[in-house]
Design a protein around this ligand. Structure first.
Ligand code: AMP
Length: 146
């Protein structure tokens, strides 16, 4: 059995994200694997709570969301000692982008939360179950309790 070499942390900056991040970091340390972190700026933004209350809604906010996400990602990366070239931001559907990036970057383990219910996610189904279904690598869904 091959040890994990390339671990991807998918972070949504939710209240539970730190727990998921700690699990990914612990696994990366144990396996001496490379750790990367991905945040997907949803192309259907429905709430500003993730990025803070300062974002105006009467302009194209994608660029501002990316800038805010970069700052948040940099903090996580600093804490987990992830180099800048392994901090990734994509725009699109989180479910699809996590699977696409994992395949493109030869990831062998995706670590994400089992849920972080917010907004339309409640109606559209969980990111974790979709990623587990479609990813070509192992997926660890860290159990998150409300
Ligand atoms: P959800 O299905 O939205 O409750 O999210 C479950 C988990 O998927 C979260 O705990 C994150 O690990 C991951 N995730 C959700 N949204 C994103 C996102 N926009 N970017 C990266 N990871 C995400």
């Amino acid at each position: 059995m091959q040890p994990y070499q390339n671990i991807l942390l998918a972070t949504d900056f939710s209240a539970h994200a730190e727990l998921v991040a700690e699990r990914a970091k612990d696994l990366a340390d144990r396996y001496q694997a490379k750790l990367s972190v991905l945040h997907v700026v949803d192309n259907l933004p429905i709430t500003d709570s993730t990025y803070g209350p300062i974002i105006p809604f009467d302009v194209d906010i994608t660029e501002q969301l990316i800038a805010a996400a970069k700052q948040k990602l940099a903090k996580i990366a600093e804490r987990l000692k992830i180099p800048e070239d392994r901090c990734w931001i994509e725009v699109g559907s989180p479910k699809a982008e996590i699977v696409r990036v994992a395949a493109a970057e030869n990831i062998d383990l995706i670590v994400l939360g089992s849920h972080s219910r917010k907004g339309l996610g409640i109606l559209l189904g969980s990111t974790a179950s979709s990623v587990i279904l479609h990813a070509k690598c192992d997926v660890l869904a860290v159990r998150l309790v409300e």
